[in-house]
Design a protein around this ligand. Structure first.
Ligand code: F6R
Length: 361
């Protein structure tokens, strides 16, 4: 049942405020400015013994993991990174008992992720699952974890589960942070930011008509470039993947800082750039990157917290706490991919060559 929407993708994009409300529900502890995540099976002593965090996933779940790794580094000051599960599994990675491994999967059935979890467990590592489908193979195999409660996701292309997984990571980062040096005050600040998300998502979705008009302008592009720095970079990567999957337009994501090391050679009027420009410490650097692109007659669509004068168009996203900004910035880019695909008449819920859950290697 699509509940009045023409596609599941559209329905699922519009379910995100509710979905985020669900992942937060019952988990926030205002008294100690932290969160309760009983399913982690990780007591405070275990949490403090973690020396590193390694996040494994595929596709969109891997991108959510990149955002999660940044949140864990920022809020808990634990070195963290994300890697495609398939790569990790085949490079005979060093498995370290002081590292906390986190497997991320919407379906909980992705073969490469499951096999990575099994290999890790065979080597005595502690593995948590951040999973959407309750009782799935990865959820059962992990030592503990958290469900992201996005609800059923039918469209092959992941939207609401990405957003909820990012929120789940924010909760985990807050929890790990508060077992360490994150102050009560910062804990409160993040909790307040999390509570604002559902209303801000609704506010964002009200701009759908504007995004639709922009999508119509870019639908004839043969290729698009997505750029961002630090918090904006995984958002750029996810937006690039979303556009490719659903519209079949070639897209590439690059850190804005790397432009001058190669991709600037591509800039011309026929290659539009989408710039992710959060209002954080890197704002001026991002503006400089947009200037470089403009100087070469490239078109720019900025996704930012305020109108960007260097850009041809700006989608203005509600501002949250810096650490949580990637969550909201992803949403207009889902709409952009959706409306581009719609303008091109694509099979949105079932893109060619793709399957919802990849249970083979
Ligand atoms: C992207 C997409 C895929 C999946 C990937 C992992 O929209 O749907 O990239 O994210 O196949 O799937 P899960 O999260 O089920 O492990």
């Amino acid at each position: 049942d699509m509940g009045g929407h023409d596609t599941y993708m559209h329905k699922e994009i519009h379910e995100q405020a509710e979905a985020v409300d669900r992942v937060l529900r019952g988990r926030i502890d205002d008294r100690f400015s932290t969160v309760h995540l009983g399913g982690l099976n990780l007591d405070a002593r275990d949490a403090r013994a973690v020396r590193r965090v390694k996040i494994l996933g595929c596709g969109t779940s891997y991108h959510a993991g990149q955002i999660g790794a940044q949140m864990i580094e920022e809020l808990a000051r634990i070195p963290a990174d994300a890697e495609p599960a398939s790569e990790f599994r085949y490079r005979n990675a060093v498995v370290d008992p002081d590292t906390l491994y986190i497997a991320v999967s919407q379906s909980g059935e992705t073969y490469d992720v499951l096999a990575a979890v099994q290999e890790l467990k065979r080597k005595g590592a502690r593995v948590l699952g951040i999973v959407n489908v309750v009782g799935s193979a990865i959820a059962r195999e992990a030592d503990g974890g958290m469900y992201v409660h996005a609800g059923p996701e039918v469209c092959v292309v992941s939207t609401k589960c990405f957003t909820n997984t990012c929120v789940a990571f924010a909760l985990l980062a807050l929890h790990l942070g508060r077992t360490r040096d994150l102050s009560v005050r910062d804990g409160k600040r993040i909790i307040e930011g999390l509570r604002k998300l559902p209303a801000q998502i609704e506010e964002m979705l009200k701009q759908e008509e504007d995004v639709k008009k922009l999508a119509a302008q870019y639908a004839d592009a043969r290729s698009m470039l997505f750029i961002g720095r630090v918090r904006g970079y995984p958002v750029a990567r996810e937006a690039s993947l979303k556009l490719k999957e659903v519209s079949y337009i070639h897209a590439e994501a690059y850190p804005a800082s790397e432009l001058k090391h190669g991709p600037l050679a591509l800039i011309e009027p026929a290659l539009p750039t989408v710039a992710i420009v959060p209002d954080d410490d890197l704002l001026e650097k991002n503006r400089a990157a947009m200037e470089e692109i403009k100087a070469r007659s490239g078109q720019i669509l900025a996704v930012a917290h305020q109108e960007q004068e260097k850009a041809d168009h700006t989608i203005v996203v509600p501002k949250n706490e810096d650490e949580l900004d990637p969550i909201l910035m992803g949403i207009p880019l889902q709409l952009l991919a959706y409306h581009t695909a719609l303008a091109l008449g694509r099979d949105i819920d079932k893109p060619r060559n793709l399957a919802k859950s990849v249970t083979v290697e």
